[in-house]
Write a protein that binds this ligand. Structure first.
Ligand code: PEP
Ligand code: MG
Length: 584
């Protein structure tokens, strides 16, 4: 019987019920789930508890309670579970259809949201099928920069290998696209476009559905419903504050601002080369034999970088933007396809054999510990020179268009472990930047800082701070190097660690406060000993994880940075940490 009929049938009991509801809600200051019975016209209350609610309902309830004077704005902020906001920002499965479905396998919930579509095995197929208006899910052993366009065209991405900070996971999160990574149970046969999972063989064109939050994989299509940001979302977010973001392109930057970011804490410049027309120039740079060849390739790259930086500054106004210099393991960018190798050889006027031997020489046993980060700038300072020119010229150009903006470039040198290597790269940056600024005729301030992502940098943070003007904790690498296991491969055995209760959660998703956190805390203390006003932040994936954000607040970081779609979660978690501390 609908509750409206109760008023007609049992007016006295109904009047009592309304009164009791008011009393209970007044007492608990929250929406109640109440059980009652009416016997011989008399109302009996059986029990009550705070009602379960969807994310959308949670926002509405919190706002209503504030409007009714029942709770404060701070209490409203504390009432919302940050992780649940994901359901407002990404497509979800239709709830009824999901109930009827059973997963056939499970990987890591690497980027939230739900996706369904036909299986394709290559980025080219994803693009071609999407162009025919087919919804597709890209299934790969693992992804590389060559897959970016295909990832964009797909509804979701499923990989056999890779952890929470693998290429697929980080890039999908940046795009706000559903991704399940590291499903080791898949027996993959990419060449023949098929794989086996849960006892079934899947072929190109078969339907599959992914849940990027739980990591569940389903056979067939489970319909999805689009994300809808509720009207109350903005009000609650307005009550929360302090936040920062990771964004690699002008479009990312604009999205981050839309979602409430106050700045960009990490621009991964290598991500600017994932577009098909740009990767060619980047490969030419990698496969250069001489300084002249490299300088020629860099000259092609520079205007693209500069245009992107201008776009980012235009999108961000005078909000802070931290641009990180190149940090890719180079093997990620070299072609594997015969046709791509031939095209590169042609562009460079080299033989296919020569290009193949260069590619072979780039092979490293553990590329994540290899020739990347500032090590590239130490061996090839001309790369740092080019990036400095691109950043400073972009900043000068945008300032000329918007003299009211106080644009202050922040250049971040990655993977530093020794103050002298930071100084070496910083000297290259400063020389180029100072010359350009002097030639422009009006002063512009800029900062050169570093990422703390190698344990040795944390241990010697007092020395590093003599050169670094800011620190940003790269907790993806810091986690990998502190634990001594690879961020790409740890998924293979971490499952056993959870089963045996050795680790409670994935240290790449939730910051290991006892170990990695101790290094972070120590580096903050040592860094500020040298430079009391040292600006401190985090830009590893933990910047978007609520419990890690609370930890960052406790150790005194000034900001957290994460991918655009996680900004609201980080904003809310940061506000909750600040409110809890104030009320403690
Ligand atoms: C990190 O290591 O935490 C980081 C942000 O850099 P990347 O993930 O690009 O290595
Ligand atoms: Mg890193």
């Amino acid at each position: 019987m609908p509750i409206s009929q109760m008023e007609e049938k049992f007016p006295a009991a109904y009047a009592d019920f309304v009164k009791v509801c008011g009393t209970l809600e007044e007492h608990y200051r929250d929406m109640q789930d109440m059980e009652f019975t009416v016997e011989n016209g008399k109302l009996y209350m059986l029990q009550c508890r705070s009602g379960k609610r969807t994310a959308q309902a949670a926002l509405k309830i919190a706002c209503d309670l504030v409007d009714e004077g029942m709770i404060s704005e701070e209490q409203a902020v504390l009432m919302i579970e940050p992780r649940n906001l994901d359901t407002l920002l990404h497509p979800q499965f239709d709830a009824a259809a999901l109930k009827a479905a059973t997963p056939i396998g499970r990987g890591l919930g690497a980027s939230p949201g739900a996706a369904c579509g036909k299986i394709v095995f290559s980025a080219e197929d994803a693009k071609a099928w999407a162009a025919r208006k087919e919804k597709v899910v890209l299934v790969r052993l693992e992804t590389s920069p060559e897959d970016i366009e295909g990832m964009k065209a797909a509804q979701g991405v499923l990989t056999v290998r890779g952890g929470m900070t693998s290429h697929a996971a980080v890039v999908a999160r940046g795009m706000g696209e559903c991704c399940v990574s590291g499903c080791g149970d898949i027996v993959m046969d990419e060449e023949n476009k098929r794989f086996t999972l849960g006892g079934k063989e899947f072929h190109e064109g078969d339907a599959i559905s992914l849940d990027g939050s739980t990591g569940n994989i389903y056979d067939g299509i489970i319909p999805t419903v689009d994300a809808t940001i509720a009207g109350e979302f903005g009000r609650i977010m307005g009550w929360a504050d302090k936040y920062r973001t990771n964004a690699d392109t002008p479009a990312d930057a604009a999205r981050a601002v839309e979602l409430g970011a106050q700045g960009i804490g990490l621009t991964r410049t290598e991500h600017m080369f994932f577009d098909a027309d740009r990767i060619a120039a980047f490969r030419e740079m990698i496969c250069s034999d001489t300084l002249e060849e490299r300088v020629a390739a860099l000259a092609k790259i520079e205007p693209m970088q500069r245009a992107d930086f201008e776009g980012i500054y235009e999108a961000m106004g005078d909000r802070p933007v931290t641009i990180r210099f190149l940090d890719p393991p180079l093997h990620e960018f070299v072609p594997t396809d015969e046709a791509d190798i031939e095209a590169l050889a042609k562009a460079q006027g080299k033989s296919v054999e020569r290009i193949k031997s260069i590619i072979a020489s780039l092979h490293e046993f553990n590329p994540m510990m290899g020739h990347r980060g500032c090590r590239l700038a130490v061996t090839y300072p001309e790369i740092a020179e080019m990036q400095t020119r691109a950043v400073i010229k972009a900043a000068l150009a945008v300032r000329a268009r918007h003299p009211e903006w106080d644009i202050r470039p922040e250049i971040m040198i990655p993977l530093v472990g020794e103050v002298k290597e930071l100084k070496y790269v910083k000297d290259v940056v400063v020389k180029v930047a100072d010359e350009l600024i002097a030639a422009a005729g009006s002063p512009m301030k800029y900062l050169v800082g570093t990422m703390i992502e190698i344990p040795r940098a944390a241990l010697t943070a007092d020395a590093i701070a003599t050169e670094a003007e800011f620190f940003s904790f790269g907790t993806n690498d810091l986690t990998q190097m502190t634990f001594g296991f690879s961020r790409d491969d740890a998924g293979k055995f971490l499952g056993a660690y959870y089963d045996r209760k050795i680790y409670e959660s994935d240290p790449f998703a939730r910051l290991d406060q006892a170990g990695v956190g101790k290094l972070v805390e120590m580096a903050c203390r040592l860094g500020r000993q040298t430079r009391p006003d040292l600006h401190l932040g985090i830009c590893g994936e933990h910047g978007g994880d609520p419990s890690s954000v609370e930890f960052c607040h406790k150790v005194g970081l000034d900001y957290v940075s994460c991918s655009p779609f996680r900004v609201p979660i980080a904003r809310l978690a940061a506000a909750q940490a600040a409110i809890k501390e104030k009320n403690a």
